[in-house]
Design a protein around this ligand. Structure first.
Ligand code: UD1
Length: 427
């Protein structure tokens, strides 16, 4: 298995391009199941999860063609055409690799009146059930059964509009129900819907395909069902988690980086924390500049929340930063239980962290030290890379496949800004 080696201590500077958002691309690809016409998505990131989603869609009857400027490069274009649905079953072997596979359930049952999707796997962060997806589909008239590890959904006469009130905010359930509601008969309302930028992106694309959606960007989405959706071309929103991760890379190394092809509005909650910690975050014509005028950051408390609050997907990264800060920071995780797996690994690098339930008290250390480390999820892994950039000596991050699920050319992008980072190929 590949590993990443980092020799810490370099101050990062320069320009770093941000890719299209993984978490927008995955539901957008699933949306191709809603129409027999071609959906063209540009700014497609080059990531293992995108390949997993393609592999899931192909046997369902979706033709997938990827082009753009070179197959291994950023900014690719993907064309997805589900002229005919060949199969309505998403099998365990493909679904277990990625939790977002559950996003084919809503579109399949909306278009075909039935779907069988294996219960998903994905990152090992908490139990992560899919009950909200299933209850929501029941409100739209689907009959749901759980059988031998599969969700079996049926709506022989098609879905019908209904009101779905989410008891708490779920990104995936909002996406699944939004897609399903587009082809349901009549009006649907999604109340207490998630309003992450990736949902706004999905809704805009669905509208371009002919869907009728009101309230985009709010927590109440109203959808008038239509008989069919058509072709559309859509540019995927920049990845706010990648943007935030590299903003932290600038901060943790006392550096100065311009993140390009992204927008400051996508990382407002992080910007406020960095600003309070003494890091400058400003909009440029083509993205965001992050610099560290004093070379040090101050400890700031952070609590994760649904958008527009601080994203759980940046919690591990901000913890790495706070582990190097002057003073203490209380970091509270409210979205997922069991999302502190990076803590013991950061502690092996000299971080001073005490976890009490859903909160971690982080007392800044003068200097982190490099160590061999590994993590069990995507964002936890990248927090170790960030800590390695600030640490004295060598850090080896194992299980790089986690990083490859969500960060395109990570080592190349960091090295271009002066990091001493290298992928060590296995075998
Ligand atoms: C998405 C993101 C993920 C991010 C998360 C929260 C994608 C592909 N993944 O995941 O990176 O960390 O949003 O911003 O976009 N829950 C239930 N029942 C359900 C659904 C969710 O109890 O049916 C719980 C989850 O266990 C979790 C919380 O709700 O505690 C929020 O999860 P959700 O917003 O659904 O996350 P995902 O869509 O899986």
């Amino acid at each position: 298995m590949d590993r990443i080696r980092i020799r810490g201590g370099n101050r990062l500077s320069g320009t770093l391009p941000i890719s299209g958002a993984k978490n927008a691309a995955l539901p957008l690809m699933a949306a191709a199941l809603l129409t027999d016409k071609t959906l063209t998505l540009s700014n497609l990131p080059y990531l293992a999860d995108i390949t997993s989603m393609s592999n899931l869609l192909l046997p369902l009857g979706v033709s997938v063609s990827v082009n753009g400027n070179g197959s291994a490069r950023a900014g690719r274009v993907i064309e997805l055409t589900a002229a005919r649905i060949a199969d309505t079953t998403a099998p365990y072997d493909l679904v277990r690799k990625m939790r977002a596979s559950i996003l084919v359930l809503g579109p399949l049952v909306a278009r075909c009146g039935e779907a069988q999707v294996s219960l998903p796997g994905g990152c090992a962060i908490g139990t992560r059930p899919v009950d909200l997806h299933l209850k929501g589909l029941e409100h739209l008239g689907a009959e749901i059964e759980l059988d031998s590890g599969y969700v079996r959904a049926k709506a022989p006469k098609g879905l019908r509009g209904g009101q779905v009130v989410f008891p708490f905010v779920s990104v995936g359930a909002t996406e699944n129900l939004l897609m399903a509601a587009c082809l349901a008969k009549g009006e649907s309302q999604l109340v207490n819907a998630a309003r992450e930028p990736e949902i706004v992106d999905l809704a805009r694309c669905l509208v371009a395909m002919g869907a009728k959606i009101d309230g985009i960007g709010t927590d109440k989405l109203t959808v008038q069902g239509v008989d069919r959706l058509g072709a559309a071309s859509h540019r995927i929103v920049p990845d706010r988690i990648e943007t935030g991760t590299y903003a932290v890379a600038a901060a943790i190394t006392g550096g100065d980086i311009e993140l390009v092809d992204t927008e400051i509005g996508l990382i407002e909650a992080l910007g406020e924390i960095l600003d309070a910690g003494g890091i400058s975050v400003t909009a440029t014509g083509r993205g965001v500049r992050v610099s560290c005028p004093n070379g040090r950051v101050r400890g700031v408390d952070v609590m994760t929340e649904p958008f527009p609050g601080f994203p759980t997907d940046l919690q591990a990264q901000i913890m790495a930063l706070m582990a190097t800060a002057d003073g203490a920071a209380m970091i509270t995780e409210t979205i997922f239980e069991n999302r502190f797996m990076h803590v013991p690994e950061l502690m092996r690098m000299g971080a001073n962290i005490n976890v009490h339930g859903a909160s971690a008290m982080v007392r800044g250390a003068k200097q982190l030290k490099g160590a061999p480390v590994m993590a069990t999820d995507l964002r936890a892994s990248v927090s170790l890379v960030l800590a390695g950039l600030a640490a004295e000596g060598e850090t080896i991050v194992n299980r790089v496949y986690h990083l490859d699920r969500g960060y395109e050319r990570l080592e190349e992008k960091l090295a271009a800004c002066g990091a001493d980072v290298e992928r060590l190929k296995s075998g």
